[in-house]
Write a protein that binds this ligand. Structure first.
Ligand code: ZN
Length: 219
């Protein structure tokens, strides 16, 4: 279920109190236009009606896709308590069978939506991304800071990512074959880290841990 509220936000430019609409809960089926805004990266755009000042106004938000059975909790800039896995299994048994993730940026929320809507496994996608980031470092001497899944296409056998690297404003695109994804999916399924009781981060750190575990198993 989507939830809406509004709050007075002080304009950083003219100090006017601006009544601002917020959506702490977004249901993809109920409000497809909010999903569009998240994917278009305009969801948190904020404009002062008085002076025209624009800013990004980010706040915690729970995204729920009932049909595809996933939830993503966005804790902007989260690093402390908010970003720890949250155990909800015992409290909300109706959410059994729903994938639950926590992310710390709107870009990471968008990425999760794209991954799950493409019907992909995000553990496997993170493993592919991890390998591509490693190649950027080893072969190209670049330092990837952030990497994001962009699209996957079985027809052309390609899965694409964008990487932001240290010292460069424009992201680099990197592609690999869907075979690399399928191999990663095998590894992800073998290690099986899905915990349906928790909202948990599945990111580059998860991929690193999984690779370490996988390589240790093979020794
Ligand atoms: Zn203003």
């Amino acid at each position: 279920m989507s939830t809406q509220m509004s709050k007075d936000v002080g304009c950083p430019n003219c100090a006017a109190a601006v009544r601002t609409e917020m959506w702490p809960g977004v249901c993809a089926q109920e409000h497809p236009e909010l999903r569009e805004r998240l994917l278009g990266e305009t969801f948190f755009d904020w404009t002062c009606p008085g002076c025209g000042y624009t800013a990004r106004f980010e706040y915690p938000c729970l995204y729920h896709d009932r049909e595809r059975k996933f939830m993503v909790y966005l804790a902007p800039g989260g690093s402390g308590d908010e970003f720890r896995p949250v155990d909800v299994g015992s409290r909300f048994p109706q959410l059994a069978g729903v994938k639950k993730r926590v992310v710390c940026s709107p870009a990471a929320l968008k990425e999760k939506i794209l991954i799950f809507e493409a019907g992909l496994d995000d553990f496997a996608v993170e493993l592919v991304k991890f390998a591509l980031a490693d190649m950027l470092t080893q072969k190209d001497g670049k330092k990837p800071v952030q990497g994001y899944f962009c699209e996957a296409d079985e027809g052309s056998n390609r899965i694409a990512f964008s990487f932001f690297t240290e010292g460069e404003a424009e992201p680099l695109m990197r592609k690999t074959s869907m075979d690399a994804y399928r191999k990663s999916l095998e590894i992800a399924r073998k290690l099986s880290r899905e915990d349906e009781d928790c909202f948990e981060p599945v990111d580059a750190l998860t991929a690193r841990d999984m690779m370490q575990e996988y390589l240790a198993d093979g020794e």
